[in-house]
Write a protein that binds this ligand. Structure first.
Ligand SMILES: NC(=O)C1=CN([C@@H]2O[C@H](COP(=O)(O)OP(=O)(O)OC[C@H]3O[C@@H](n4cnc5c(N)ncnc54)[C@H](OP(=O)(O)O)[C@@H]3O)[C@@H](O)[C@H]2O)C=CC1
Ligand SMILES: O=C(O)[C@H](O)COP(=O)(O)O
Length: 495
């Protein structure tokens, strides 16, 4: 397995970038370190690519896309299936990187890789069906028109897609962009997150080994703060697929006239109604709030509990939180170090603000470097930052509310509208809450989640633009093209 990845590393130990079918070292002579969130050791180095190298990558992608678009759909699908096989065969070293780079628990790290291989297979199959289908429109359905024009509608590639995933799913949220882009006939340039970059390079090695033509897939590395603007405003970019935080909002202001697929932050609310199954709600709140230490855009980030059941619910959640193990990702602890010191400091700031403003702490604040023990806060009020801001860490606030309307109002007052959930035994209540909640998805009787990966996934307001999910991503990576056949006279079927 180690041999499979041997060529992606330079003799210096730094990982290479991938341009036009070649693994290269940057002429900058500079590297960017990746700090292990658990040990604070600089475990990896990647190339700090220059602007000239970015230009080369885009030139290669642009040239390669022209012939890639002429590759039959079945052949593109065949390449993708091969990538999926290689990912499964070479999963463990990739998963090991996730453990070291982003402190993802070992079991979840492997799951991320396998889930990604499955996503690629599904995309190939879905692409064969949905991209192979078009539409025929006839002119006589418009008032006053004879049937002398036939419009053939098809889906054509966009060109070069710039893919920028975030640190928390550096493999899965990369392939969710790469696979549909490629299946739709685009070339791709991947800019992995600085934490998670080495897992991303391993993943790209599977695309490279599958024999895709040179230039069709490329990876450029470096700090987003240094090369990000140059990438996103590059004239060769025909689409940006981005997942991350507020950075996405500034990208959308700067990007030119290119389609944007943006999946940004979430402040996913969990509304627990008076008639809810409280055991079910509590177990979903604990898992939804604290898995991967709350570093999921779909984590439960605020609980809105009806006053009459709040004591009982909070007691059950508290009991669940008390059982969470805190420790090393290698040991599969439930709570592992958050991604960086900056993130841990930000989380601490939110918790201190809540303490100053009178939140009740049901767990003790404990932090050792980036490792933060789970924090459950009760009697949180709307003047506290934690009621509105996304901690991206193991902190869960509970707000007690007097009515479902008050809960929905809180949810809709957020600038974020990714997902939400409602716990109730009454399907009528569930539907009314779902209709009223202004979020991209509402889960009934379960915590928010993006998966399974073929479900549509989208955010309202500052949570995003466009929709993900395999079918929607395939559609977003294409544009509509019409060919109108103008007949010499009217023609009607069968007659
Ligand atoms: N809705 C969704 O589907 C998801 C949303 N998120 C959100 O992402 C955030 C956490 O992820 P995080 O990685 O910290 O998010 P960031 O927005 O900080 O980074 C996301 C990606 O953008 C890159 N980047 C940074 N600056 C620029 C720039 N100027 N131009 C272009 N790219 C840039 C980063 O690279 P680098 O690492 O080098 O800085 C990284 O690859 C949370 O807010 C979370 O809610 C996360 C997952 C899913
Ligand atoms: O980045 C995230 O948080 C993911 O999009 C969430 O995916 P999940 O809900 O399947 O964990």
């Amino acid at each position: 397995m180690a041999e499979f990845y041997a060529h992606i590393k330079a003799s210096s130990g730094a990982y290479k970038y991938f341009c036009n079918g070649q693994w290269l070292e940057s002429s900058s002579g500079k590297t960017v370190p990746v700090t292990n969130p658990s040990t604070l050791q600089k475990d990896y180095q990647v190339q700090a690519c220059t602007q000239e190298e970015v230009n080369n990558v885009f030139a290669a992608a642009k040239a390669a896309q022209l012939s890639w678009a002429k590759t039959p759909l079945w052949k593109r699908a065949e390449y993708l299936h091969k990538v999926a096989v290689l990912m499964r065969q070479n999963a463990q070293p990739m998963a090991d990187c996730l453990v070291k780079e982003i402190a993802k628990p070992a079991k979840d790290a492997l799951t991320e890789v396998i889930r990604s291989a499955d996503l690629i297979d599904y995309t190939a199959e879905e692409g064969l069906r949905s991209l192979g289908e078009g539409q025929l429109l006839t002119s006589d359905s418009f008032p006053g028109q004879p049937r002398n024009k036939l419009c053939l509608v098809s889906k054509v590639p966009l060109g070069v897609v710039l893919c920028i995933p975030p640190f928390n799913y550096p493999v899965n949220l990369a392939v969710s962009k790469l696979a549909p882009s490629l299946m739709a006939g685009n070339a791709v340039v991947l800019k992995p997150p600085s934490q998670g970059v080495v897992a991303g390079i391993h993943m790209l090695a599977c695309f490279a080994a599958a024999g895709l033509p040179a230039g069709v897939v490329n990876v450029i590395t470096g700090k987003g703060s240094e090369i990000g603007d140059f990438l996103t405003t590059h004239p060769a970019v025909n689409c940006i697929s981005f997942t991350g935080g507020d950075t996405g909002i500034s990208i959308s202001h700067k990007a030119g006239m290119v389609p944007l697929q943006m999946e940004l932050g979430g402040k996913d609310a969990c509304i627990v109604c008076s008639d809810a199954d409280l055991d079910l709600a509590a177990s979903h709140i604990v898992k939804g709030g604290f898995s991967y230490s709350g570093q999921r855009c779909t984590a439960v980030k605020v609980v809105l509990a009806m006053q009459d059941i709040a004591d009982e619910l909070v007691a059950k959640v508290h009991a669940g939180v008390a059982k969470l193990s805190v420790g090393r990702p290698e040991d599969n602890a439930d709570i592992t170090p958050v991604v960086s010191e900056a993130s841990a400091n930000f989380i601490q700031g939110l918790v201190e603000d809540a303490r100053e403003k009178g939140a009740q702490f049901l767990t003790e604040w404990r932090r050792e470097n980036n490792l933060i023990a789970p924090v459950l806060l009760d009697h949180v009020t709307p003047d506290m930052r934690i009621a509105w801001e996304e901690p991206f860490g193991p902190v869960l606030p509970v707000l007690r509310v007097g009515s479902i309307d008050e809960a929905v109002h809180h949810c809709n007052s957020s600038n974020l509208g990714l997902q939400g959930c409602v716990f109730t035994r009454d399907i009528n209540t569930a539907m009314r809450v779902s209709d009223a909640m202004q979020t991209g998805t509402v889960q009934v009787n379960a915590a928010p989640a993006r998966g399974p990966d073929h479900f549509p996934f989208q955010g309202f307001r500052d949570s995003g633009i466009g929709s993900q999910g395999i079918k929607n991503s395939l559609a977003m990576m294409t544009k509509i093209k019409s060919t109108v056949i103008n007949l010499d006279k009217e023609s009607y079927t069968l007659g």
